[in-house]
Write a new protein. Structure first.
Length: 634
């Protein structure tokens, strides 16, 4: 999606024209592979760095276009969300101190972006998911204002035929709906590329698939989304569901997801992967390029394969096959998309070295991994790694059961060391970066573990929003120190910046774990729930979670008093007879100042929080107590 000439096929003829170009590109690629036109004997690595922008309150800062306007160089580019940026690094030849050069490049380029961001009182955050993200950040006003992103949003909405649904269960549970494609912008990654020849592509790709799970287990860094504690690498579930265009069916038919690991080991060539995708997954975009790849080949040129490139950019394999042209020569790459951004630059480079070394080492030691264990086990390992990180258990070669930690320490790290040696990487680089992986895994101190342990230490002080801000602030400060995450001190609540920074909006303090009743239920039920749970008001909602009323402690008490006097304890009545049918409400994006004003003006102690006619929370006087406590502490 890095191109700017991407469009939506508006007519059936435009769709057919694009499909024709796509099939022609596949034929052209097949010709290049069969006739030895793909570059061979060259081993290069590359990387793409995605990142978040955070304002002075550590919340998402949607100012990417302003920052980019002050930067020179095509390597700096937009992402889907205005609170994201991407940096594309030039490829490096594998060997010598290439990973230290990669680190230097990252530090230089990120430093340039950081300097520009500081002009807007904004910081850069390298992390898989920004802890302070809220659902209100995902409005279409934060969609980067470029045609290709609006086109993507339009076509994805049309294909889904309904809301985006996200359901992830970890220590907490997240079950939400959304109305646009910006759920995808909730995650950022550090994407690593490895150039391979056409002849070796299948062996290398299958090995990349096999080692993805242990790589991910060692690199997990995204345990939170919208303040909920979910998977060790929540990005995996988030991205798959955010880009899923499948509709449910009434039978057991299997429909291929757009984000996936794959269905089987690859056997023939890179064409097998592309053909599988084109056969199963419909194109969602088109390209206005006039290149005819077959004509370019006939004239002795090197085609860009525009149609295939655009299609491949909308099919999200965790290990993506890539075609490119560099210095006038066509080449093939494997792109690892499973790694999260962060926790630090040196951690990212260590992850890259571990990935490259593991592939080269396993290829040299085992050659054909497809004969070592079933593909289904490799795919299941990914889910286990994403859920539990280093606590995961895997099925490995010869169908052996083994823990993630033992697999990495006892088997993969020695193999990765060997792989980097045969790749010509300097011994200093090997020791430095694989040493980081070894210590991180031995101590079980991944980024995800640092996040979780820090949060546990902060509870119960402060509200959830303040804790998430403290985590974000701590990440930024420790990233600047240049240390790997296993050396980081835990985050402290005071790093959030105090009350003024973190208690500004209703969504930051509102209660979302609600007790509700329906209008036809017994009023006695509402009364006993208030007594059991020590609440003084209960929202009344319908089956679609629309707010239709509010029952307060005072209303219940008045009714019970009248009933005892008039009826001597007669039969109870439904909730609807005493509920307030027009309660004062507020939106989650409203300021706390506005909430206080409404409470005072209407002499109420609570405000149901409503978004798009749906009940999403409630804010009461009790919810202000953490803020008062923090004021007293300060």
């Amino acid at each position: 999606m890095g191109r700017h000439d991407i469009t939506v096929a508006r007519t059936p003829q435009e769709a057919r024209d694009y499909t024709r170009a796509l099939l022609r590109d596949l034929d052209s690629l097949e010709f290049m592979v069969d006739n030895g036109l793909i570059e061979s004997g060259v081993r290069c690595i590359g990387a793409e760095q995605e990142l978040f922008l955070a304002d002075a309150g550590w919340r998402a800062a949607p100012i990417a276009t302003r920052i980019l306007a002050g930067l020179e160089g095509k390597e700096f580019t937009t992402e889907l969300g205005l609170f994201n940026l991407e940096i594309n690094l030039d490829p490096l030849k594998l060997g010598g101190g290439c990973f230290t050069r990669l680190r230097d490049l990252l530090e230089t380029k990120i430093g340039l972006v950081a300097a520009e961001a500081r002009k807007y009182d904004t910081d850069l955050v390298l992390t898989g998911i920004l802890p302070t993200l809220s659902k209100s950040d995902l409005s279409t006003s934060n969609l980067t204002p470029e045609k290709r992103y609006f086109a993507l949003n339009e076509v994805m909405n049309r294909m889904r035929g309904g809301p985006y649904r996200l359901h992830i269960r970890g220590a907490d549970e997240l079950n939400i709906e959304h109305d646009n494609v910006l759920l995808e912008a909730c995650s950022t990654s550090f994407q690593v590329h490895l150039q391979v020849s056409a002849e070796e592509f299948v062996r290398f790709y299958n090995v990349a698939q096999a080692v993805t799970a242990p790589l991910l287990a060692a690199a997990v860094n995204s345990p939170f989304l919208f303040g909920r504690r979910l998977w060790s690498e929540t990005r995996i579930a988030l991205f798959q569901q955010a880009i899923d265009t499948r509709r449910t069916t009434s039978n057991v038919r299997q429909v291929t997801p757009r984000v996936r690991f794959g269905e089987r080991w690859v056997e023939g060539s890179i064409l097998d992967i592309y053909r599988e995708d084109v056969a199963r997954i419909p194109a969602v975009m088109a390209v206005s390029s006039s290149e005819n790849s077959a004509r370019v080949l006939r004239n002795g040129g090197v085609p860009r394969l525009d149609a295939l490139q655009v299609y491949n950019g909308t099919v999200y394999r965790w290990n993506r096959p890539c075609y490119g042209v560099g210095a006038g020569k066509p080449h093939l790459r494997i792109e690892c998309r499973v790694l999260p951004a962060g926790p630090s630059i040196v951690d990212e480079v260590a992850n890259a070295a571990f990935w490259v070394g593991s592939i080269l080492g396993v290829v040299d030691k085992y050659d054909d991994v497809s004969r070592r264990f079933p593909f289904e086990e490799a795919r299941a390992n990914i889910v286990a790694a994403a859920r539990r990180g280093l606590n995961a258990g895997f099925v490995w070669f010869e169908n052996r059961g083994i823990s993630a930690q033992r697999l990495i320490l006892d088997e993969l790290l020695p193999v990765a060391n060997h792989g980097l040696e045969i790749g010509g990487v300097a011994s200093e680089d090997i020791a430095r970066y694989l040493g980081i992986i070894e210590t991180r895994v031995a101590q079980r101190r991944t980024g995800a573990q640092w996040f979780r342990t820090s949060l546990t230490r902060m509870i119960p002080r402060g509200a959830t929003a303040e804790r998430m801000a403290a985590l974000t602030a701590a990440v930024v400060r420790r990233q600047c120190d240049g240390m790997p995450c296993h050396e980081w001190p835990l985050a402290e609540l005071k790093e959030a910046g105090g009350v003024k920074q973190n208690y500004r909006f209703v969504e930051q303090i509102m209660t979302v774990d609600l007790y509700t009743v329906r209008e036809d239920e017994l009023l006695d039920l509402a009364a006993v729930v208030m007594d059991w749970k020590k609440v003084r008001q209960i929202p009344v909602e319908d089956e679609d979670h629309r707010l239709i009323g509010l029952v307060t402690y005072g209303a219940v008490l008045r009714h019970l008093t009248r009933r005892d006097v008039a009826e001597g304890g007669g039969a109870s009545i439904p909730v609807r007879e005493v509920m307030d049918r027009t309660p004062m409400t507020i939106e989650p994006e409203a300021t706390l100042r506005e909430a206080v004003r409404l409470m005072r003006e209407h002499q109420v102690t609570s405000l149901p929080v409503v978004k798009d006619d749906k009940l999403v929370g409630i804010v009461t006087l009790d919810d202000f107590l953490p803020m008062v406590e923090r004021v007293l502490e300060e």
